[in-house]
Ligand binder design. Structure first.
Ligand SMILES: Cc1ncc(COP(=O)(O)O)c(C=O)c1O
Length: 355
């Protein structure tokens, strides 16, 4: 129990490994040829370079920095419809051509898209799967994609980190060295993580200043060039009890789900497959206004859900329903920083914030 209770936002310096000898879990990237990178975008860049693709199809609901990084690499991007609440991606009617790659996303660990992946491959496209939200899921472990990528710092308490692996044994460029810009950004972020730990422990640390460090470090991680993963993140990734942490998330999700009553306009998105472990407790609110109200009130009470991802980008190839969905979702962290009791408390905060 920390001296100052809050839940969410970027990682602090977590006490890793949680307990020595705890379950490291099965890691799909250790079962294939793989490269460890500084970021998820850097991992994707290696997959794209390896495949020499002419066009990349991306889902409409996606972190737009990922889309920009593909365009900046000079590869045309086209969109198909998919989101965390769609039953199936809208791939069937697309005119896939030779040289096309399709990026398929594992959304919040709540959906499996193996059928869509197989169908795209059967139609001649290369498949790149993004497993950021559930890198060791049953889907990721059984993947037959050309490439799989993940940004690892979203789920693990590391300042930087990404990985690309190829279940099909496709070519991958060599692992790049650690870029100076990434090392600098990761060091800045790490300062913020250490200070956040001290802050949570009750020390007289300036929260505004530590948040500035975290944001500056985060913003500097991807400088447009591929980078390897820092030595610290590599070591933590090697030692991290990912299997134990997956089970912790499952327990935290179950506690949150049990403690959250029926609330008007609030829906908890549950995993499609009961044995999948979600990335977070994803809440779908009925209107953007209610989402914004609940978000603000939660933050006033020390619960900081994420808004993943803003879709207010120009262009008419994004389904309006997905633009609105991006303004209706809240992602409540359930990771290894927390125990089930914390999520019971967080559910109480959501209840108090939703009236
Ligand atoms: C699903 C997903 N994939 C990839 C990325 C890119 O990761 P990175 O910021 O490490 O480049 C993000 C970033 O938010 C993401 O959410």
């Amino acid at each position: 129990m920390t001296a100052r209770w809050e839940l969410g936002s970027l990682f602090d310096l977590a006490p890793w490994p949680v307990d020595a000898g705890a379950d490291p879990g099965r890691r799909p990237w250790d079962e294939h040829d793989r490269r460890l990178t500084g970021t998820g975008r850097g991992a994707l860049a290696l997959a794209l370079a390896g495949g020499g693709f002419r066009r990349v199809w991306v889902p409409s609901y996606l972190c737009q920095e990922v889309v920009t990084s593909i365009e900046d690499a000079g590869i045309p991007v086209a969109r198909y419809a998919d989101s965390p609440v769609d039953a199936e991606p809208g791939l069937a009617e697309l005119a896939l051509a030779a040289g096309d790659a399709v990026l398929i996303v594992s959304y919040f660990g709540v959906r499996r898209r193996q059928g869509a992946s197989a169908a795209a491959a059967a139609r001649g496209a290369a498949v790149i799967e993004d497993h950021t939200h559930a890198p060791c899921s049953a889907w990721a472990l059984a993947s037959t994609a050309d490439y799989c990528v993940a940004s690892l710092r979203k789920l693990l308490p590391i300042a930087d980190g990404g990985v690309v692996w190829s279940p099909r044994g496709r070519a991958l460029p060599p692992e790049p060295p650690v870029a100076a810009a990434l090392a600098q950004a990761a060091a800045t972020k790490l300062e913020g993580m250490v200070l956040k730990r001290l802050y949570l422990d009750g020390q007289a640390v300036d929260k505004v200043a530590l948040r500035r460090l975290l944001a500056a470090g985060e913003a500097g991680l991807y400088a447009g060039t591929a980078s390897g993963m820092t030595a610290l993140s590599r070591a933590v990734l090697g030692a991290a009890p990912i299997g134990a942490w997956d089970r912790r998330r499952a327990a935290c999700f179950a506690a949150f789900a049990a403690a959250l009553p029926e609330l008007p306009g609030v829906r908890l998105v549950r995993p499609e497959h009961a044995d999948d472990v979600p990335f977070s407790a994803l809440l779908e609110l009925d209107t953007p206004a209610r989402r914004d109200r609940v978000l603000q009130r939660c933050c006033e009470r020390g619960v900081y859900p994420s808004t993943l991802w803003p879709l207010d980008v120009p262009g008419d190839d994004l389904p309006p329903a997905h633009r609105t969905l991006a303004r209706r979702l809240l992602s409540v962290p359930i990771d290894m920083r927390y125990a089930p009791d914390d999520l019971v408390r967080a559910a109480g905060v959501v209840v108090a914030s939703s009236g």
